[in-house]
Design a binder for this molecule. Structure first.
Ligand code: RIB
Length: 305
């Protein structure tokens, strides 16, 4: 079984700041680093570092070739990615504050320039039972959903960044959702912000009954993570490492969860493993570069059981 991540690839321009800049304010940063990123590429990196057979297909310019090289150095196959001569690689302007929290502004670049034939060609390399993992940073998601379904692939979807139009996708074809609390609230139609366990469970249950064929994984930041499957759910608290940089924490979680679940772990085991992986990732700076390898995660996991 293979994984295809059809998704974004970005140059992450990370500005270290005292606080996230406010409207009308100018602030001088204390540092600038350029990291390999993009939700799609990050999730492919997480799957690769966890030991999966993963293909990453993104669209970018020559300026982002080093990001693809970084991704292949982690073990991902990037040969289905498209480097356009006149394309510019997507960019993310990230403000990273003293507590490790961030806010992100995106320039889509090549990420939103896929053509229909390109998407079809990429998906033609996969077979029934393979997984496709997508997020909302590329164009032509409806085409990708349709082609993946035709092939009998399993669809894993992370509706991030959330937009209302995503609800027009054939979401009943999804096997696995990765949602955070904002996405869960929007997609479930839950009338209030989540404050604690009761709200997270209520949102998850609504989504689970709306999409009964899917597993719904809800990551709730410092409140931990939940996984819902029909009437059942599992929970895992966060693994508390000192926070350096939360960029890519959710992406680490998604990749590890998919790897663990498809390797035979229960929902609870997959949540616990993924919580360790993302805890380790946030304790270091950067996105895909900060993600741990499977052996490091297993060392911590074995000691915890
Ligand atoms: O999920 C984190 C990622 O979101 C960053 O790497 C940035 O590129 C944006 O795509």
């Amino acid at each position: 079984m293979k994984f295809l991540v059809l998704g974004s690839i970005n140059l992450d321009m990370t500005f270290s700041v005292d606080h996230i800049v406010k409207k009308g304010e100018t602030e001088s940063s204390t540092g600038l680093t350029i990291n390999a990123g993009g939700k799609g590429a990050n999730q492919a990196a997480s799957l690769a570092k966890a030991g999966s057979i993963v293909y990453f297909a993104g669209k970018l310019g020559e300026d982002g070739k080093w990001v693809l090289d970084t991704l292949s150095s982690f073990g991902a196959d990037t040969t289905l990615s498209i480097i356009g001569k006149d394309e510019r690689t997507g960019e993310a302007i990230i403000q990273l504050d003293k507590s490790g929290e961030n806010c992100i502004l995106l320039f889509p670049g090549g990420n939103r320039k896929f053509e229909e034939e390109e998407v079809k060609e990429i998906i033609s390399h996969f077979d029934e039972g393979d997984y496709i993992l997508m997020q909302n940073e590329i164009n032509l998601l409806p085409v990708a959903f349709k082609e993946a379904k035709k092939k009998g692939m399993k669809i894993a979807f992370n509706p991030s960044p959330y937009e209302k139009i995503l609800m027009d996708l054939p979401l009943e074809d999804v096997s696995l959702f990765f949602v955070n609390e904002v996405e869960a609230k929007e997609m479930s139609g839950y009338g209030k912000d989540a404050k604690g366990e009761e709200d997270f469970i209520a949102m998850g249950r609504i989504l689970s009954s709306k999409y009964p064929d899917a597993i719904v994984v809800l990551t709730a930041g410092k409140h931990g993570a939940y996984a819902f499957e029909k009437a059942e759910y599992a929970y895992s608290p966060i693994v508390d490492y000192p926070v350096e940089d939360t960029t890519g924490a959710g992406d680490t979680f998604s990749g590890y969860f998919l790897k663990a679940l498809t390797s035979g772990s229960s929902l609870k085991e997959a949540l616990d493993i993924s919580s360790i992986a993302s805890g380790l990732a946030v304790s270091r700076k950067g996105a895909m570069g900060a993600m741990p390898y499977w052996s490091e995660v297993m060392d911590v996991y074995q000691k915890s059981i």
